[in-house]
Design a protein around this ligand. Structure first.
Ligand code: ZN
Length: 364
């Protein structure tokens, strides 16, 4: 009996030890990878600091840029590209699908039922998809003008996407990142054809060593949905607006808890208390620490669900960059490496398409 209880105690200890995040063990060449992605730039006030950090850490990031910002500051796009990062498309002006519907077809009437709203949306969906695509293309042309190629990867603003839109973008040759489980690749009629086209281009353009790592594009649908929204914008915007004035008052704790809960994470009482105390000394650092805990928790949650490729969706924000200062070395110690999104897709070195639609890749 005593032996059995001793064994039980040992098992319990083994169990708790296991809960600590250990080393990431790759089962596939692309495993244990973190993709740092930065949306809504280029932002001249943040970019130099962020680029300096990425250079120091030898990380290739992925920048989902807005066409209007890029056309205002083409030298920043050239710098991002020259420093080995990947430029991706995030529309011209950050207009979402719903905003486009409202702008072109008017806002839904306040007394409309959900059914009526759905019906209205169905009527305009195809037209909106075409207009949306035009906007994405305009943004692509801005990059084409600056760098000589069109970005290959696209992420919709605020993750808003419909099936029609998804297929339209895929047909136009984009690889679309989305978190929506309601989007299905097999419903895009030309997808397989396009994927075969990419494969053919890829075989011509990339040397053998990279090809060996390459897997069929048909397997990519899972990866496309691997984006992790870190909600850094919500987090730091809240802080910028309210936090400085009243960190612990004004429902801060309630707000933080709701953020963590919305992401299926729990925040330890001890962590919250530690940060509250730290806040007295350094406001910004406390918020950065909280964000760090959030990202760490998100990664651990995904690991326990069996995923070890994490595409972190973030923004070009000073506080995001500062959170990365501690997160990057910590995750490296755990066995993770940092790559841009083309690596996760099995096409390392591929940045875009040329004007004929062929893949544009550097020889690696
Ligand atoms: Zn965005």
């Amino acid at each position: 009996m005593r032996k059995i209880s001793l064994l039980l105690v040992l098992l319990i200890f083994a169990g708790t030890a296991h809960a600590d995040p250990g080393k990431c063990i790759p089962r596939d060449p692309r495993d244990c990878t973190i993709v740092l992605t930065f949306d809504d730039g280029p932002k001249p006030d943040v970019l130099p600091e962020l680029l300096a950090f990425l250079k120091k850490e030898k990380i290739s990031g992925t920048f989902y840029i807005l066409g209007w910002k890029a056309s205002n500051r083409p030298e920043l796009i050239r710098q991002i590209h020259a420093e080995g990062h990947l430029i991706a498309n995030h529309t011209m002006n950050h207009e979402t699908f719903e905003e486009l519907v409202s702008r072109k077809f008017g806002k839904p009437k306040p007394n409309m039922t959900t059914e009526e709203k759905k019906e209205r949306e169905a009527r305009v969906r195809e037209k909106v998809a075409a207009l949306y695509l035009e906007d994405v293309e305009r943004s692509a042309q801005v990059t084409q003008k600056i760098l000589g190629y069109r970005p290959l990867f696209f992420r919709p603003p605020r993750w808003q996407i419909t099936q029609e839109l998804y297929c339209a973008l895929e047909n136009a040759g984009y690889l679309v990142q989305t978190k929506s489980s309601g989007i299905h690749d097999h419903l895009c009629p030309r997808r397989q054809e396009i994927l075969r086209g990419i494969e053919a281009n890829f075989r011509q353009g990339v040397p053998r060593t990279s090809r060996q790592e390459y897997k069929r594009y048909g397997e990519l649908k899972e990866i496309e949905r691997r984006d992790v929204n870190t909600t850094d914008y919500d987090f730091f915007e809240w802080y910028a607006k309210k936090g400085k004035r009243s960190f612990m008052k004004d429902g801060f704790e309630v707000w933080v808890k709701s953020q963590f809960k919305a992401m299926g994470l729990s925040l330890l009482r001890a962590d919250l208390e530690r940060i509250s105390v730290g806040y007295e000394k350094n406001h910004e650092q406390a918020v950065v620490d909280l964000f760090t805990i959030l990202v760490r928790g998100l990664i651990q949650k995904r690991e326990s669900a069996g995923t070890n490729i994490h595409i972190l969706a973030m923004h070009e924000l000073k506080l995001t960059a500062r959170a990365l200062y501690s997160l990057v070395p910590e995750l490296r110690k755990r066995g993770y490496r940092f790559e841009n999104i083309a690596f996760v897709y099995g096409i390392p070195g591929c940045v875009g398409r040329d004007k004929y639609g062929s893949l544009h890749c550097s020889q690696q």
